[in-house]
Design a protein around this ligand. Structure first.
Ligand code: KIV
Ligand code: NA
Length: 278
């Protein structure tokens, strides 16, 4: 399989072909996402919440992102992989921004990076794209600023907020972003932003008017304990319950001596040649 290219991504928008993106954080999840036919994989810093057990994405380090991106790239060698630049890795000056983004590509193997923010990031995005680093923008709710925003709230409800977001989107596109994630944005505004850009928008909690959609792997599959339903998520499986039930059955089998059975062992005299463990 040939990974999606940026020109083909833009053609998908022009041809009104929706773009399907999902997050992944490790080798098996990436492999399954590629086998399922996703257009792009995001190694999101939602890693912090869903894999590492933090309350927010703020504690996620560049090294965490590189480590997990490498595993995702190994699992999905035929898929375009975007890696999030984590908190405070792209706002401390141009040299630092360029070095950190380059590490996600050179050491992590990502094809592109994503950073959260509006027009204030125009210089950074210009710098990265001119250096050959494709950048995906991310506006609306930006979880790295959750302590400033004061919660995970829908963005762009007032006309002033909406006008600013539209301007931010246009500025990011002009600076060279190849696409823009719209997170928790009203459906009307997300549709208006999508119409006003020539690059695709990828929505999460942003309604039907975006050019593509992204969901967090663990939300889509309910992979975790007590994943609560979010209105903007559709869960297609309940892997958390499946895993817990399976492990509970295993624990029960060990305690009741139902596992292992004779066939799982390696007798010294074995006509079946079952000492071949694999
Ligand atoms: O980290 C992440 O998973 C994201 C998506 C929600 C867009 O940034
Ligand atoms: Na993110």
């Amino acid at each position: 399989k040939q990974a999606l290219t940026l020109p083909r991504l833009k053609a998908m928008k022009n041809n009104n072909k929706p773009i399907a993106m999902v997050t992944a954080y490790d080798y098996p999840s990436a492999m399954l996402a590629e086998e399922a036919g996703v257009d792009m994989i995001l190694v999101g810093d939602s890693l912090g919440n869903v894999v590492l057990g933090y309350d927010t994405t703020v504690p996620v380090k560049l090294e965490d992102m590189i480590y997990h991106t490498r595993a995702v790239v190994r699992g999905a060698p035929g898929t375009m992989i975007v890696a999030d630049m984590p908190f405070a890795t792209y706002r401390l000056g141009p040299a630092d921004t360029l070095r950190n983004a380059a590490r996600l590509m050179q050491d992590g193997g990502a094809h592109a990076v994503k950073l959260e923010g509006g027009a204030e990031l125009a210089d950074e995005i210009r710098l990265l794209t001119q250096a050959g680093i494709p950048v995906l923008g991310h506006i609306g709710l930006t979880p790295q600023s959750v302590h400033q925003i004061g919660g995970y709230k829908v963005q762009g409800k007032s006309s002033a907020e909406a006008e600013k977001m539209l301007q931010d989107a246009k500025t990011l596109e002009q600076a060279g972003a190849f696409g823009i994630v719209l997170e928790l944005v009203t459906e009307e505004l997300a549709a208006a932003v999508s119409r006003s850009l020539s690059v695709p928008t990828i929505g999460i909690g942003a309604g039907r008017g975006c050019d593509g959609q992204v969901l967090v792997f663990h939300d889509l599959l309910r992979y975790g304990s007590g994943i609560r339903d979010k209105r903007f998520v559709k869960s297609y499986a309940n892997i958390g319950d499946t895993i817990r039930d399976a492990i509970a059955e295993y624990v029960n089998d060990v305690k009741s001596k139902a596992f292992p059975e004779e066939k799982h062992g390696f007798p010294l005299q074995d006509s079946n040649n079952a000492s071949q463990a694999m």
